[in-house]
Ligand binder design. Structure first.
Ligand SMILES: [Zn+2]
Length: 598
């Protein structure tokens, strides 16, 4: 993509030439008129540092062909087929670029059971009914991770943590009437899960209905209730009969995730892409269904395999050429765990678990050989990635995890040489003051998850204390120290937390630093708030820079791809406590309107 409109060229867009180049369709080019397809007039945020606001934008084909600072009449671009959109109170912005998603999981969370917030029979029935209406009558319903928020209700400030209810324990009787043909095998949120629930159909398929085994709860008559405790052999017995998801069901999950992204104004994702999932993306692209650009981040342990196959960064998996929609991106690695289970690596122990400092994390691969037990192995992976011209984006959460990752990048720069442009530390959840300037010094990007602030602040100080919490989600400090921030949702979250892909959640958290209920008043460590302008940059142009695409994406500028979003209000003129009410009114990707709010 870079070659098409490189900043070194004068990038002057002559319309007929643009048509010839971008469409490659000569007939169309011959008949192409000089007029725009769309003209937007009103409040416009461009994400261009030198001129962040504009009044008129024109689009032709898949490109932006005019950006005007004042509301002039673009008569020369307006033809009979030009759609002129008066924005009124609304705001046109560059499409949102989400720096971190787990797309395959997201589709699953939408079309399959999501029990994170479920902790009652009624809620379980409601969620199962929703899923049954989406999937086939005999298909399995599995997973779900119930009860993650049982003690942390959504929007809670965490102040009532002593008010924990005793744990909910469902039985098959509560769901059998709504699942007469779908086998159900769901579990609670812990890893490994503490509790499982199988309905009658599932127990029968596994031969356990009449022959219960150890670890299965029985009623007064000695009959299985469907509730199964961890370590029970019943778990493996049921898992052995769970039917694999059909290809159609997986495709439908992907479609549901794409729909959600369109509705949320997300025009590109930097996805954590599991081995073989590229096939799903390819199929969607072939069908013309890929309405979000995808930068696929394969596991860092695959660097050697990719080098062997001579795969290059920013190229399409089949054509091996540059591609607007689907490309291989950086490799994704892990160094440590997460704070939720005290596995993020710290220099000092956890406050609430004084013997625990966190630990290195198993690599994403299940292959033991790929686990990172030490930084030498991580370094070897990075070198291999660098050798093939790839960059790496590595998960690091605790102070020691972040610091070690920066050390390792520094070593790579010293020993191998060259730029670290495009390398990232993912999450950067808690950073020591002395590590803050190192991002700029090394040219490493801080890929951050603002919404986690709204969720995690409720237990952060309890885990790591007040002093260390000053470096948690320290976006202001990172910016002051010259780091580049890329916003990322981590959608759809983990087995213990739900994260959203709607930009309002990330913007609200970065700018207001409160829970969804607006607590604590004034924000959590309010000195770390950043401005809406800084947040919007981190959500657009910085995301494009991180993939070496800022010459064609990420802002509203003549010559760039027409990836545009209309917000229902001018968020720059409204109070920031309104951010959570913001809606997406229209999403345009590649010059095509892919979503309009009715
Ligand atoms: Zn993630």
């Amino acid at each position: 993509m870079k070659s098409f409109c490189n900043p070194a060229q004068t990038c002057l867009i002559l319309l007929s030439l643009l048509f010839l180049t971008s469409c490659g369709d000569t007939n169309k080019a011959e008949t192409a008129t000089q007029t725009a397809d769309y003209i937007f007039k009103g409040h416009i945020f461009t994400a261009e540092e030198t001129a962040p606001f504009a009044r008129v934008v024109a689009v032709k084909g898949n490109r932006i062909i005019a950006v005007e600072p004042s509301e002039i009449d673009l008569a020369y671009l307006t033809g009979t087929n030009t759609k002129v959109i008066e924005l009124g109170e609304k705001l046109l912005v560059p499409g949102f670029i989400d720096g971190h998603t787990h797309f395959n999981q997201a589709g699953k969370q939408i079309n399959d059971v999501n029990l994170l917030k479920v902790a009652s029979d009624t809620a379980l029935k409601t969620e199962l009914t929703r899923v049954i209406n989406i999937i086939g009558t005999d298909e399995w319903i599995t997973g779900g991770s119930w009860g993650a928020y049982e003690s942390w209700q959504d929007g809670s400030s965490g102040a009532n943590k002593d008010d924990l209810r005793s744990r909910w324990q469902p039985t098959r009787q509560s769901i059998d009437d709504i699942t007469p043909s779908n086998p159900v095998f769901v579990n609670s949120f812990e890893r490994p899960a503490e509790l499982y629930l199988a309905n009658t159909v599932a127990l029968r398929k596994a031969g356990l209905l009449d022959k219960p085994v150890a670890g299965m709860d029985l009623d007064a008559q000695g009959i299985a209730t469907g509730l199964i405790r961890k370590d029970s052999p019943a778990i493996a017995a049921i898992q052995a009969v769970v039917a694999e998801k059909s290809h159609q069901r997986i495709l439908n999950e992907a479609r549901a995730a794409l729909k959600r992204l369109r509705e949320n104004g997300v025009v590109e994702i930097h996805d954590i892409t599991k081995t073989d999932y590229e096939k799903i993306y390819l199929e969607l692209q072939d069908n013309g269904e890929l309405t979000t650009r995808v930068w696929m981040r394969a596991d860092l342990a695959r660097a050697a395999e990719f080098n062997e196959k001579e795969i290059k960064i920013n190229t399409h998996p089949v054509s091996r050429q540059e591609d607007d929609y689907l490309r291989w991106g950086s490799y994704k690695g892990y160094i440590d765990g997460i704070m939720g289970n005290h596995s993020a690596l710290f220099f000092d122990p956890y406050e609430d678990k004084p013997e625990e400092y966190g630990r290195y994390r198993d690599h994403t691969s299940d292959d033991k050989e790929h686990r990172i037990e030490n930084m030498e192995k991580m370094y070897a992976y990075l070198k291999e990635a660098h050798r093939g011209g790839f960059t790496a984006n590595v998960h690091a959460i605790g102070t020691r995890g972040v610091s070690l990752m920066l050390d390792t990048y520094e070593r790579l720069q010293k020993e191998v040489g060259g730029s670290l442009e495009g390398f990232r530390v993912i999450h950067c959840q808690v950073v020591r003051p002395q590590d803050l300037p190192r991002f700029k010094a090394l040219g490493v990007i801080a890929e951050v998850n603002p919404y986690h602030v709204s969720d995690d602040m409720r237990w952060m100080e309890e885990r790591i204390g007040h002093e260390r919490s000053k470096g948690a989600y320290a976006f202001r400090s990172l910016l002051t120290n010259g780091a580049t921030l890329v916003f990322a949702s981590d959608w759809p979250g983990t087995n213990a937390a739900e994260y959203y892909s709607h930009p309002k959640y990330l913007l609200h958290a970065a700018v207001n630093r409160t829970t969804l209920n607006g607590t604590p008043e004034g924000g959590w460590f309010p000195e770390q708030k950043i401005s809406l302008m800084e947040a919007m940059m981190a959500y657009s142009i910085n995301g494009a820079r991180a993939t070496f695409d800022d010459d064609v994406k990420g802002s509203i500028k003549v010559g760039k791809l027409a990836d545009l979003v209309i917000l229902d209000r001018d968020i720059f003129e409204r109070p920031t406590d309104e951010l959570l009410s913001m809606e997406i009114d229209m999403t345009m990707v590649d010059g095509k309107v892919v979503y309009e709010r009715l």
